[in-house]
Design a protein around this ligand. Structure first.
Ligand SMILES: *Cc1c(COP(=O)(O)O)cnc(C)c1O
Length: 391
């Protein structure tokens, strides 16, 4: 039987070599490799500063704190996102306010976000879902009109562009957070980074990620003199290690290549699925550039969305094909039960019910893609034989 995994990170560059060098050096916690990785990411996304941390969740938490979000504030975000987006708001002491998405892009609907503004709102936290750029112009306009800060959850979006601006270049927001979990486009095992164009924010983020400490270990080590440290505020241990940063440096060197391979695979899916009725694919928005972090299809018109979806995932697994449910709607998770929901979230709920992520990774072959499409079509025909015919 053929088997198609859902995702495999591509670690075929200098990852092993750099790791061995760093192990031999004896410096394995946040140090020279983290600095090198920060510079590489800043260069890759046209940012002036990049601060590496232990995860994107940590990156979002620090971004919210650096933005001045505090207890009692409200932060508007989509419900249709990974749960960490909302958790970071709660970690910062603020209250998440869920707004609906635009079904065409699966990103925050700017009109819905504006309708959710109250006197307590301090920020809008938008998400570039599955790497697809959010409507940054509209969101920025709304934020400046209402005196709010825009923060970008770009966990999935390294390598994507909004018009001529790279995501992470701080073209629309002083705080952009990326993830390097293996499901994302570049990986460090676990890891995150915040890009900013504000040197004061950069300094604050560096302080917060390392216990609020006035000098970091590397600076003390290099100084050759005794440098006493002070703890200037209550910080966190959100450091990335140099071991993780080794992977990051090697991965960042191949960003363009990895994104090109993903886009080529996505184009093959687009072509093959165009003829399959009952399946909608997502289109690259005009003027933007999409890194294709996840390949989503939407299966509609069938009875009872989530049941059809789960049956489809299960039957594809019997063919050796590993797929995933779409993105959760956070307000339906037990962790947020009882959370106030003043705004309609219908588009989010039906996208959660009807989307399936297909296997996509840089080294997926055209045969594997053809096999996935063939079995998807076959299984859809089983569900609704009146409408679907497979060749
Ligand atoms: C993956 C993801 C996160 C969390 O990233 P971690 O690095 O695992 O903390 C946050 N937001 C979105 C949209 C994600 O997809």
């Amino acid at each position: 039987m053929n088997s198609v995994p859902f995702a495999i990170p591509d670690l075929a560059g200098r990852e092993q070599q750099l790791l061995l060098e760093t192990l031999a050096s004896g410096w394995i916690t946040q140090g020279p490799r983290v600095l090198e990785f920060e510079a590489a990411v800043a260069r890759a996304v046209d940012a002036s500063h990049a601060v590496a941390v232990s995860s994107c969740t940590a990156a979002l938490h620090l971004a919210l704190l650096a933005a001045g979000v505090k207890e009692g504030d409200e932060v508007i975000l989509p419900t249709h996102t990974f749960i960490a987006t909302a958790n970071a708001v709660v970690h910062a002491g603020a209250s998440p306010v869920f707004a609906d998405i635009d079904p065409a892009t699966l990103n925050l609907d700017p009109a819905a976000a504006e309708a959710a503004i109250t006197p307590r709102t301090s920020a809008i936290l938008c998400v570039h879902q599955i790497g697809h750029p959010a409507e940054l112009d509209d969101l920025q306009l709304i934020c400046s009109k209402h005196g709010l800060l825009l923060i970008e959850d770009a966990a999935c979006a390294i390598g994507s562009r909004y018009r001529d601006s790279k995501i992470g270049s701080n073209s629309h927001s002083p705080l952009v957070a990326f993830s390097f979990h293996p499901r994302k486009v570049l990986t460090t095992g676990d890891g995150g980074i915040i890009t900013t164009n504000d040197p004061a924010i950069d300094r604050r983020l560096r302080l917060l990620r390392q216990h609020g400490m006035s000098v970091n270990d590397l600076a003390r080590h290099k100084s050759g003199r005794f440098v006493p440290e002070a703890y200037l505020e209550v910080g966190y241990n959100y450091r990335m290690t140099d071991l993780q940063a080794c992977l990051g440096v090697a991965q960042a060197e191949r960003l363009d290549e990895i994104v090109a391979a993903r886009r080529a695979a996505a184009a093959l899916y687009d072509q093959a699925l165009a003829a399959v009725p009952g399946v909608t694919t997502f289109i690259e928005p005009a003027h933007h550039f999409w890194n294709r972090q996840t390949y989503f299809v939407r299966v509609h018109g069938f009875p009872s969305g989530p049941d059809t979806r789960d049956a489809l995932i299960d039957s594809l697994l019997k063919h050796g094909i590993s797929t995933r449910r779409g993105i959760t709607s956070i307000h339906r998770e037990p962790a947020y039960s009882g959370h106030p929901l003043p705004h309609p979230l219908r588009q989010s709920e039906s996208a959660s019910d009807e989307c399936i992520a297909l296997p996509l990774f840089p080294r997926i072959t055209s045969d594997q893609i053809a096999y996935v499409v063939e079995k998807l079509c076959l299984e859809l025909a089983q569900i609704d034989h009146r409408r679907i015919e497979c060749e």
